[in-house]
Design a protein around this ligand. Structure first.
Ligand SMILES: [Zn+2]
Length: 207
């Protein structure tokens, strides 16, 4: 493995850091009907979640977002608003997309080192977990020789072009991130045949 220091063009690192920093303190409140029973969900509370930890010239900066939680009126389940996180992940989707994209051609530890060199916290274990999970493999483009997710450039575009209107920030940010919280892993073969079997049973019962 190469022990040479990783050089990231400062303009690239700065642009990425600034874009992620623009997410700070965004409030996410939009939700869909309960996915379990389609019941109406009522606001419950609001949670602050860490999106990323950045190392900037001014020091370490935690980027957080506020995500409203809802309780379903019918079945009582607790739901999160649509948020810029993939299901069951602790880092923001831009960082996760970067980890999965970079690990397509780099080892897990080198991927972590590249992201760290940009000034973003991530460890090898997290890169490995995301790369080996059911999460989507992002569409990529090579930039300065690095495979970077297209979603990152959408996020940069959003950050550069935004008119700082809080009313539209939430929707724009979710769109730029590719609606990560709505992601459902594709069913594997076993799951698909189990569902088909269930369907056939139901059809028999009904017919
Ligand atoms: Zn429900």
């Amino acid at each position: 493995m190469s022990r040479q220091p990783i050089k990231i063009p400062p303009i690239l690192a700065d642009t990425i850091i600034c874009s992620i920093a623009s997410i700070d303190k965004t409030l996410f409140v939009q939700t869909d009907p309960c996915p379990h029973c389609e019941g109406r969900a009522a606001p419950y509370d609001t949670k602050e979640k860490t999106y990323a930890t950045l190392h900037t010239e001014e020091g370490v900066k935690k980027i957080t977002v506020f995500v409203r939680r809802f309780r379903c009126h019918w079945c009582g389940v607790l739901l999160y608003a649509n948020e810029p996180f993939y299901p069951s992940t602790r880092l923001g989707s831009a960082v996760v997309d970067m980890a999965t994209a970079l690990s397509l051609v780099n080892s897990f530890s080198h991927t972590a080192a590249i992201i760290n060199a940009m000034g973003i916290d991530i460890d090898r274990g997290s890169v490995r977990k995301y790369a080996l999970s059911d999460l989507p493999v992002p569409n990529i483009t090579f930039f300065y020789g690095l495979p970077l997710p297209i979603s990152l450039f959408s996020l940069i575009g959003w950050a550069v072009g935004r008119k700082s209107s809080p009313a539209t920030t939430e929707t724009e940010l979710l769109a730029a991130s590719g609606f990560p919280s709505a992601y459902r892993a594709p069913l594997d073969e076993a799951e698909i045949s189990r569902k088909r079997l269930e369907q056939r049973k139901k059809q028999k019962q009904n017919g």
